[in-house]
Design a protein. Sequence first.
Length: 327
Amino acid sequence: MKEQRESEKNILVLDAGDLLFKKFTGPVPENELPGLTQKAQVIMESFNLMGYDAVGIGDDDLSLGKEFLLESSKRATFPFLSSNIIDEGSGKLLFQPYLVKEIKGLRVGIFSLLSPDVFLGPTDTRRKGLILRPPVEVAQSMVKELHPKTDLIILLSHLGYPMDMALGQTLSGIHLIVGSHTGMNLTYPPVIKNTVILQTGTKGMYAARFDLTVYGGEFTFYNSATKKSLENNLINVKTRLNTPGTSDPQKVQLRRTQEDIEKKLGEFRGKNEFNNVIFALTEQMKDHPEILKTVEAYKSKFPEATPVPQVESPPPAPKGRAPVPKK
């Protein structure tokens, strides 16, 4: 996997948070701490092997507290990013606020935001020792700072889908929002003004590949699947126009439809196109040998508890009658 990652220089591998732990609705049970700590290290080693470029911070990543997450981040070969998590004691940012990477001559700025609204409340233990600056305010300052340094700006968002949509509507300058927390598979990502909203399902069950073709000029985008669909519709309309027996009124309507499609296709000229594919990560996929070895070592040390089979109780006997014993 390292070799493949090294050979593909034009790829960014990103995650928008909730990387290390499952969701807990209360304090983490004491007896689960050793297994959770080891599992987080396995995940970190796996992401190192996969060649990640950056990850954002999610609320569940703080399940064992800020100190644990800080120590875990030191083992990573990639930066943990957060532009709005402040250490309450020092008043300083807890993690690196942003990253600038050059991909085939394109300067890409990446920053990350965590919403206070995704926690269970102000007393949520995961927030202990932290101050979360207002995400919209921080997003505005990040765009202002990154704009002169970059060509393309990506937000690793742990704000939730409704907030991602609202941010795309109200704040210009963010080109891609890689969203999380809500956990939806956006196979056909919406484009809000000039911002593409991306998101995949939760619990490591899915991954997405987003391919962007840049022609230069203004950074506006369209989905290549939409263009392909319009092109197919145009072929069908032209075929019907040339089909014997098509009435004159039908031809008038078909020509109007043709003009509308050609107008929409013309709007794509000069814009940059993207293609988005979401795929399930199944057990049939071949495991990387180093990652498999690490996972097997973890499982041998912390085997999953075998579920106790549920025994159905016999139905109650009708009133006034004794149950008949089975022979």
